[in-house]
Design a protein around this ligand. Structure first.
Ligand SMILES: Cc1ncc(COP(=O)(O)O)c(C=O)c1O
Length: 495
């Protein structure tokens, strides 16, 4: 990749920042460098080909006493850092939930870094505060969410869900903000309900909020990995009889292992009957609701209390940007607002201050990149890309279904395929878990693609997730070929 070639830049001056001439030249060069990176990304190994500690061993253990030329620093990025990257923007990155940034998003990040606003109060960044409100209202409309939902940006879904559960806890009216939870015989044990396929971030939030792991009850799922609502109703009734205070249900629209969608329309009345907060974790799948024909994945969510969705997952927005939509911003504010004298402003009663709604004081100007992504692609452009990813996933799933060697392990509602090599492909007794794990390791070690796995019905299952803006049918055909080659190779080895 072309290194930055401006040989005439200066070292840092004694005081003050880099000269504007150098900044201009280096900035242009760096954008060229990024453009080259994307142009040649296909040729790189997706997974960093290195051993733990390799990079550290190549870096000095003490900081530089004097400044160094920027060209040399960027050369080191090229030489040392890039080989130690796992390339999430590689079009054959199919692991976890495949995601990618996009050019307008990168330009937005660049501006955010340049403005460096700390948007804790309206006056410390009116643009951030007001653009966030506008952009989140646009996204709400695109997703078909209820106008009664108001949005706020956090960094990650883990943090969004933590805030939602904290607001739900505030809503139980037990003076937890004032008196805490420990040493209180008057306080029943609070409980949150999730399916056994919910993301670990919910359990972490429950731990962080001091509810303890016993404050979380995991509900079994049906054959399609969706929350069993009869079991949910039974569990809540049982817990109430045993003195618990059930206060929150977290449904998942797009679970991490399989992208299954909990039956929110059936969960809503259960929550309403017991006056519980319903939070929907749509961190991954929420973006798909902007595609008109997929909008029904959010059926029932018009009656939820809060929903999280991550534009940094499937809306081509650079990490990080997570959105929490909430119907009770007053409770969120009651849980978190604390305004010391030095943060009081004359307009505070008339405006929204981001720091009132979370644990952070300073907040990044994240709305800018999302605004730029939305304006550049438009609703239809974004929907077309998500629709194409779902088409590619269905295509891959159809090859699995037609093959005697492979089987689908879960339905494919969106752009994630769960599959594995099946018994018929093997002769005699063979450990299918080991076979599939070996295939995955071989594919990943080849550097040509990256897959991840999960365990379904106690079977090791491979996951192929399509969500990268650069992924095309060719990349999906390539991984299919690679998987079949690896399967044959593994079989030859075991027979
Ligand atoms: C369903 C679901 N919820 C939450 C998360 C956590 O996301 P984040 O990394 O933004 O905290 C994930 C991550 O993949 C997820 O799949």
């Amino acid at each position: 990749m072309g290194a930055v070639n401006s040989s005439k830049t200066q070292l840092a001056p004694d005081l003050g920042d880099m000269s504007k001439e150098d900044f201009r030249r280096l900035g242009h060069d760096l954008i060229d460098w990024i453009a080259d990176y994307f142009e040649q990304i296909d040729e790189r190994p997706v997974l960093a080909a290195m051993e733990p500690g390799d990079l550290r061993a190549k870096l000095p253990s003490t900081p530089p006493a004097q400044g160094e030329p920027m060209e040399k620093i960027i050369e080191d990025v090229d030489r040392l850092i890039v080989p130690a990257l796992t390339h999430w923007c590689h079009p054959s990155f199919f692991a976890y939930f495949a995601t990618s940034t996009s050019a307008p998003g990168i330009l937005g990040e660049l501006l955010t870094a340049a403005f460096d606003n700390k948007a804790m109060l309206w006056r410390t960044s009116p643009a951030s505060t007001e653009l966030e409100e506008v952009v989140l209202d646009w996204l709400r409309q695109m997703m078909g969410l209820d106008p009664g939902m108001s949005g706020i940006i956090y960094d990650t879904a883990s943090v969004s869900s933590l805030h939602a559960i904290a607001a739900a806890r505030e809503g139980v009216e037990k003076r937890i903000r004032e008196e805490g939870m420990s040493g209180r015989p008057d306080l029943p044990l609070l409980r949150v309900y999730v399916s056994e396929h919910s993301h670990s971030s919910i359990e972490k939030a429950v731990i962080t909020l001091g509810l303890g792991q016993r404050g979380l009850r995991k509900i079994p799922t049906d054959s399609k990995f969706r929350m069993d609502t009869r079991a949910l109703a039974k569990a809540i009734a049982e817990d109430k009889r045993n003195g618990y205070l059930p206060f929150c249900i977290v449904a998942t629209v797009g679970t991490t292992s399989t992208s299954s969608i909990d039956p929110v329309p059936e969960i809503v009345p259960i929550g309403e009957e017991h006056v519980m907060w319903l939070h929907v974790d749509a961190a991954y799948a929420g973006s798909a609701a902007i595609v008109p024909e997929f909008r029904d994945i959010l059926a029932g969510c018009e009656r939820a209390d809060s929903i999280v969705t991550n534009p940094h997952k499937w809306l081509f927005t650079p990490f990080d940007l997570s959105v929490l939509y909430c119907r009770h911003m007053d409770l969120l504010k009651r849980a978190f607002s604390l305004v010391p004298e030095y943060l009081r402003t004359p307009e505070q009663e008339k405006v929204r201050s981001g720091s009132d709604y979370g644990i952070q004081l300073g907040r990044r100007f994240r709305a800018l990149k999302l605004w730029m992504v939305m304006r550049y692609f438009g609703h239809e452009g974004l929907a077309a890309r998500i629709r194409e990813h779902c088409r590619l996933a269905r295509l891959f799933a159809s090859w699995i279904e037609q093959s005697p060697d492979w089987e689908l392990m879960a339905p494919v509602p969106l752009a994630l395929v769960c599959f594995r090599a099946r018994k018929d492909s093997t002769e005699g007794a063979i450990d299918l878990d080991a076979l599939n794990e070996n295939i995955m390791h071989r594919v990943n070690a080849s550097g040509r693609a990256l897959l991840s796995h999960t365990r379904l019905n106690d079977k090791l299952t491979l996951r192929l997730s399509i969500g990268n803006i650069r992924t095309t049918e060719k990349h999906v055909r390539d991984i299919w070929e690679l998987l079949n080659q690896q399967l044959q190779r593994q079989l030859r080895r075991t027979t």
